[in-house]
Design a protein around this ligand. Structure first.
Ligand code: DOR
Ligand code: ZN
Length: 356
């Protein structure tokens, strides 16, 4: 990384957790990611989900055709695990370079996850075989038992599902996705290998009170839910620590506003347009701009066993904030962009020739 206080040049970042959807939404949201990131892990929770290598390949081609010609972006595909997933198909997908990772959603944990796994012990033998393929298992780490308080579901999952899984199959390379708790951070820190976590920009910025500030704020509703301030601080410390097992996954998850501003609103925060600007702000505020490159551009690639991007991104700080994009229109509807609650003073641009 090269830097002056107002200007830093980093390797081009990647997003290790992204929802792109399909149809018009995909067409509208893709450019915000493909203009900023070199690669992104594409989540498979479509309706119907991406279950097979064939489906992942079709989705990959569809996304790739829509990437603007001037952008250099590669979608990295994942498969949605079920109790019926076929190891032969997964192996084929990995061998052909189509499948980068598999995603475990506990059934009912989040958007379009009803086909997920009900009892993880039923897929232990599948997971053992997956561990031999040397691809990561990405986990939505929340218990789904309605008796467990929604704010406790991550900690409960770690203790009762993830810890036993790690004991049973220590060779399985895991990414605990979008961690939101101190327990999540500590669990990563206590493990010696084969475990990493993504952290979203929004969980570094909002806490659970943000959802209820002077009224209910549906655009801050996501899963896992933001937790107490003490947890947000633990996440910030993890992100800026330089520990290579924490890296960016935006979990940018677009939903039409009428499905969020609803008596039963959907979970998801659309942050693709301003994720990197928000992160530069947070890292600067914590005197950790020198750790930003690791978090957004190096740690994730290393954990996935991939090289860092060969091009660079320049971030520069402006004195006056520019007009921010508040929402994007989709026909008569719109999708609200994440509001961090502060002015964004960092801009970024990509270039091949910003050599170190
Ligand atoms: O808030 C979320 N939205 N969390 C998830 O895990 C899924 C995502 C979505 O797909 O909408
Ligand atoms: Zn997600």
């Amino acid at each position: 990384m090269q830097s002056s206080s107002q200007n830093i040049i980093i390797r081009k970042p990647d997003d290790w957790h992204l929802h792109l959807r399909t149809g018009t939404i995909l067409k509208k949201v893709l450019k915000y990611t493909s203009s900023t990131f070199g690669r992104a892990i594409i989540m498979p929770n479509l309706d119907p989900p991406v279950l097979t290598t064939n489906q992942a390949w079709t989705y990959f081609q569809h996304i790739s055709e829509l990437v603007p010609k001037t952008h250099n972006f590669k979608p990295l595909m994942t498969l949605f695990l079920t109790e019926q997933s076929d190891i032969l198909d997964i192996r084929e997908g990995v061998k052909k370079g189509i499948v980068t990772a598999v995603k475990l959603y506990p059934a009912g944990s989040t958007t379009n996850s009803s086909n997920g796994v009900r009892d993880i012990s039923r897929i232990y033998s599948l997971l053992e075989k997956i561990s031999l393929l040397n691809i990561p298992l990405l986990i939505h780490g929340e218990a789904t038992d309605p008796k467990i308080d929604v704010f406790d579901r991550e900690a409960f999952f770690i203790e009762n599902t993830l810890a036993p899984l790690r004991k049973k199959i220590p060779e399985l390379r895991i990414v605990l996705e979008h961690i939101t708790t101190k327990e999540g951070v500590d669990f990563i820190l206590e493990s010696d290998r084969n475990l990493a976590a993504t952290i979203t920009p929004h969980h570094l910025i909002i806490n659970r009170s943000s959802m209820f500030l002077n009224g209910i704020r549906p655009h801050y509703y996501c899963l896992p839910l933001a937790k107490r301030e003490v947890h947000r601080l633990a996440l910030v410390n993890a992100a800026i620590s330089g520990n290579p097992r924490f890296f960016l996954g935006t979990d940018s998850a677009p939903h039409l506003d009428n499905f969020k501003e609803n008596a039963c609103g959907c979970a998801g925060i659309f942050s693709a347009p301003n994720a990197l600007k928000c992160l530069a702000h947070i890292f600067e505020k914590n005197a950790a701009l020198d750790k930003l490159e690791g978090f957004v551009s190096l740690n994730g690639a290393k954990y996935y066993g991939l090289p860092a991007n060969s091009s660079y991104t320049r971030l520069s700080k402006v004195i006056k904030p520019e007009e921010e994009l508040k929402s994007i229109s989709i026909g008569k509807n719109k999708i609200t962009v994440f509001d961090p609650g502060f002015s964004l003073l960092w801009k970024h641009e990509n270039a091949l020739d910003f050599k170190k």
